[in-house]
Design a protein. Structure first.
Length: 364
């Protein structure tokens, strides 16, 4: 291992590593797995039961394998330990089929979230930054409850108070579809913004100190939320390069055409600088697509990070730190540095208590 690799590994070991998003509560709630056990899934040649081709996730270009297993085989306690993860944000997300009874489904997922923590001593609930630091000290993995879309509220924003009492600390208003609160990024060819209920949700999230996540929101709602929000926001998982072409005939995902011209908002300089100006944080991901010869060029792997860093200027971007905080922004990592400085990033877990060092980007 090179000197830079050894220092990077040591930094990763010391750092508080927060993974900003996971849908692992879906297979847990469906009874397919337990977080304490390593899960191995079969290969893509697996033959699933009839009817999976009608699963809602197929509209995203995914196949029956993904519809059944989801992100199983990527998230569990043994893998979190191997990856050095300190805290995992776990999302409550409702497929279209569950919109007929959203509050019940949301509560079922939250019950399973707490049940897993009760079952496994090496997992703990985190509702504050202090909890995450304690998890690092105690060698545990902290779980943070989040919403990917506020559909689990049903029709009543007041239920945010209940979810907050159960541990909710971050929430996006929508997934890609339209709901009672706003238009997601796939809602329609001509999208609207926040509804009156959506504005109530933003105000209540701010009041409860639940961090607002801008992921999957439509363009109009994106700017409206930034206008209304009184606290730093996050964009928990995004990529500036996965879908760079917004022409309808150019959108391609896993060999299939997307139903809308744009899967996500463009993560261009304007949008990233707006989040930076808010004091927010962007979690960058990338899809490691090999070439036909099987190689994974280093330049291709670095491109998403370089694109995301660009709005922060040449001296290290901090994934969303406001430009005017110049003295707080560490310089880029250089070969031969005697010590790699910690990246201090703002967090909003319950009142924005303190800061947390993020050691890895989030997954999709």
């Amino acid at each position: 291992m090179t000197g830079i690799g050894a220092r990077a590994r040591a930094l990763h070991h010391r750092a508080i590593v927060v993974d900003g998003h996971s849908d692992i509560l879906i297979p847990v709630t469906e009874g397919k797995m337990s977080l304490g056990e390593r899960v191995e899934v079969p290969g893509l040649d697996w033959q699933g039961p009839p009817g999976l081709e009608r699963h809602p996730i197929v509209k995203f270009g995914m196949g029956p394998h993904t519809a059944w297993f989801g992100c199983m085989g990527q998230y569990d306690l043994p893998r979190w330990r191997e990856g050095g993860v300190t805290a995992q944000l776990c999302a409550v997300y409702l497929d279209d089929d569950w919109l007929r009874d959203p509050f019940r489904r949301g509560m079922e997922m939250v019950w399973n979230f707490h049940d897993q923590i009760t079952r496994h001593d090496d997992l703990m609930l985190a509702t504050t930054v202090r909890d995450i630091r304690r998890a690092k000290e105690d060698g545990k993995v902290a779980l943070v409850l989040t919403f990917e879309g506020c559909d689990a509220l049903g029709t009543d924003p007041r239920f945010l108070d209940l979810y907050h009492a159960l541990g909710l600390r971050s929430a996006s208003l929508t997934h890609t579809r339209r709901n009672l609160f706003a238009d997601g990024c796939w809602a329609a060819d001509r999208q609207g913004g926040l509804t009156p209920l959506g504005r109530q949700v933003v105000e209540r999230l701010d009041r409860l100190r639940i961090v607002i996540d801008l992921v999957h929101i439509g363009e109009v709602g994106f700017w409206e939320i930034l206008e209304l929000a009184e606290r730093p926001v996050i964009l928990s998982h995004t990529t500036p390069t996965m879908f760079p072409d917004t022409a309808p005939d150019a959108q391609d995902l896993v060999g299939g055409k997307l139903p809308r011209p744009r899967l996500e908002l463009p993560r261009d300089r304007k949008t990233l600088e707006a989040i930076a100006g808010n004091g927010g944080v962007v979690g960058l991901i990338h899809v490691d697509r090999p070439r036909r010869d099987g190689a994974r060029p280093r330049r291709a792997r670095e491109r998403p990070l370089r694109a995301g860093a660009r709005p922060g200027g040449p001296r290290g971007h901090q994934r969303g730190a406001p430009p005017h905080r110049g003295p707080r922004r560490p310089g880029p990592l250089r070969r031969g540095d005697p010590e790699v400085p910690g990246r201090e990033l703002p967090t909003g877990l319950r009142g924005g208590l303190g800061r947390v060092r993020l050691g890895s980007g989030s997954r999709s």
